[in-house]
Design a protein around this ligand. Structure first.
Ligand code: COA
Length: 429
């Protein structure tokens, strides 16, 4: 039975910082960020946004835009490396905010940026067997934050991608070849529980990424019998767009060294058709961590529509630490119909540029909101930032409070705080 993606939706925060402004503030040549790393802008989440609200927004858009019956969703998995609680999964919050049925399995997966792929693989196996026709909702949701002034800062970003996996894969039918993954314990990127920002050994992470790519691509081609020319598009995990060109180049070197008769330069020219066009969104949002590969896929489906139908897409997922996997799929017949439902182009068009000063202010406010009793202490953080989407309101008695303006009942229930019983919807709006 074919299994794959039936629907895909994207949530991108409303605010962004242009890397030219960051470069000016950091005393760096803007070309380093824009050309050397390939990041034009990056999403700067507002203080009321976290991995829960972004996951909820992406999933809500998917359910509404594709007309999904929530009762058909039998599994909800969130892949993230920026969870909000050491025990309670993002998936549990999102399940509540969406009002999904109780006969739905929920959990999070974690392995840095590989987490959503782990979730996808689990969902795929379930949909191919025990799901009895029900669907799995997989959401990648992350906020990538590095220390201010650090080399990683221009590669930050935020956003969420929701994927509906089922046995009616109108968008992407997964190829059924033996799987190709690779794991090696390595300290290339990590974030201890006590830190809000990630630590990275940049060069090591790049080398580890490329080693994982080599190993999984070789294994995948060996297992499947697929050859270089069988891939029409090649998508990669995108911590920053230049990384995808490094990855593509490494594959070209492997292919050219294989005695197939083509030079690296000749193969490199295909980058402009196979990969580059689908890095546009990544270059404007920065790193989505677990969602960055799937943002590229959303970009491909939205950009190409009907032209993509029947094309084979190679996908490389990498998570620091590290684990990676190569897999592929063929674009299905619904690619044209889904174009207006993905929401990527619209989200990018509706954004507002922040000044560097406001970007710093947002970061500070987000830090304050992450502390206990921030619900009372930092009311100013929320003013003007709770428009039409779900919002994180702060923490009260060690409980995170969220509101969903369009679902009045849930909203009022969540806003009836145990301490005061006062609805905070008025202040939030
Ligand atoms: N104009 C154009 N390009 C410039 C430039 C300029 N003025 N100055 C530097 N560059 C280029 C460099 O040549 C280099 O290109 P190359 O990689 O093709 O050689 C690139 O910009 C980056 O320069 P570099 O000196 O290596 O930058 P850095 O030490 O500040 O670190 C990263 C860059 C990517 C390593 C750093 O941003 C990082 O650690 N990011 C996070 C990595 C990550 O996400 N890892 C997880 C992997 S999944």
């Amino acid at each position: 039975m074919p299994v794959g993606l039936e629907a895909i939706s994207v949530y991108i925060p409303r605010y962004y910082l242009d890397t030219e402004d960051l470069a000016r503030a950091n005393g760096t040549d803007p070309l380093k960020y824009k050309v050397g790393i390939g990041v034009q802008q990056f999403s700067a989440p507002a203080p009321h946004e976290d991995s829960v609200t972004m996951a909820h927004e992406a999933a809500l858009a998917l359910i509404r835009n594709y007309g999904v019956d929530p009762d058909d969703i039998g599994m909800l998995i969130v892949g993230s490396e920026t969870g909000v609680d050491a025990a309670k999964p993002i998936a549990a919050y999102v399940h509540g905010l969406l009002g999904l049925p109780s006969n739905c399995r929920t959990f999070d997966t974690k392995h840095a940026c590989y987490s959503a792929t782990a979730a996808l693989k689990f969902a795929r196996a379930w949909c191919g067997g025990a799901s009895r026709g029900r669907k799995a909702l997989v959401i990648a949701s992350d906020i990538a934050r590095y220390e201010i002034g650090s080399p990683g800062e221009p590669t930050q970003g935020a956003g969420a991608v929701a994927l509906l996996v089922s046995d009616q894969p109108g968008l992407l039918i997964f190829d059924e070849f033996p799987e190709a993954f690779y794991t090696k314990e390595v300290m290339d990127f990590w974030r201890p529980h006590y830190r809000a920002t990630a630590l990275v050994q940049g060069e090591l992470s790049i080398e580890s990424y490329l080693t994982t790519l080599e190993s999984t691509f070789l294994a995948y081609c060996g297992n499947s019998g697929l050859k270089w020319d069988d891939f029409d598009c090649m998508l990669f995990h995108v911590p920053f767009p230049k990384m995808a060109s490094k990855a593509y180049k490494r594959l070209c070197e492997m292919e050219a060294g294989d005695g197939a008769g083509r030079s690296v330069d000749e193969l490199l020219r295909q980058f402009d058709v196979r990969t580059r066009p689908y890095l546009t969104a990544n270059s404007r949002t920065g790193n989505l961590y677990s969602g960055s590969l799937y943002l590229s896929l959303a970009d491909l489906l939205e950009t190409e529509g009907v032209r993509a139908i029947g094309r084979r897409v190679g996908l490389f997922s990498y998570g620091s630490g590290c684990c990676g996997e190569y897999f592929s799929g063929v674009v299905g017949p619904e690619a044209e119909a889904c174009r207006g439902k993905i929401g990527l182009e619209r989200a990018l068009a509706d954004r507002v540029a922040l000044s560097h000063h406001d970007y710093l202010r947002f970061r500070k406010a987000a830090e304050e909101m992450a502390c206990n009793d921030s619900f009372y202490q930092n009311l100013s953080c929320r003013k003007g930032h709770c428009p039409s989407c779900s919002a994180f309101l702060g923490i009260e008695d060690n409980r995170r409070l969220y509101c969903v303006p369009n679902q009045t009942e849930t909203c009022l229930r969540l806003l009836q705080t145990p301490r005061t019983g006062r609805p905070y919807i008025v202040a939030a709006r």
